[in-house]
Design a protein around this ligand. Sequence first.
Ligand code: GLP
Length: 282
Amino acid sequence: MAGRAAEGTMRGGATTPLFRPDRLGGEESGPLYLRLQSLIRAGIAEGRLRTNDALPAERELATQLGVSRVTVRKALRGLVDEGVLRQRHGSGTYVGRPAERIRQPLSRLTSFTEDMTASGHVPGTRWLDRSAGPATAEEATLLGIAPGDAVTRLTRLRLVDGDPVAIERAIVPATAIPDPAKVGASLYDALAGAGMQPVRAVQRLAAVSLGESEARLLEAAPGSAAVAIERIAYLPDGSVVECTRSHYRGDACDFVAELSLSPHGAGTDAGPASPTTQASQG
Ligand code: GLP
């Protein structure tokens, strides 16, 4: 996220404060932090603040407006929770992107890269971990292999148009991807290249709230809503080729499934639930 400084401090050579203190008072009533929130929303609606603009520092805003830093912090935190603003650890507060959600199909076995590209977005990846090692007991159960068998672990922050939307933790048997460094922008491209393309998957979604470190990576407020997804993907012979657990920002995606009336009446097409998919979402 580039983040130009919000224009208000310098415009056309003259210095004009982004928010004028008199606009906080006047006729409006109600708690100060709510009035400050309205002021920021108005700045966005009027185009003085645009997506990715950096807001002045807390202290500067407090001085400009003649309010306490506590009030500024409370106002900003509320807007971060709503997704109007985003906070980057150690680097400030920015205007969030408008609430355009990314569509993720639930009825097709596609990759993140395919989904984002198909909807006109630019997918990106920041690697958090790319390693290989012996499977733990839990990993072995998930992948249906023996404890100690070699696995490849891929943990990535997934970006859309430069903004973080998901953290994905994938484990793959080393028989499919022996060298983690060989995975580039797309895991599914790497699997296809190795002749190990999954043909079926069971996916589970659950509502969760973000912990401290996940929130920081996703530039969201700790405790904010997220969707946990677990995908177990299979090869034609029924063996597991991928187990990925992801956390998506709750405000980033719409999960879309097409439903049709089954000619045979009610039933499930989720396939047999393998015991591995019963594992709780992390
Ligand atoms: C989606 C799925 C993951 C899968 C990933 C592959 O995000 N939820 O289970 O690993 O796509 O995406 P890519 O090929 O872009 O790495």
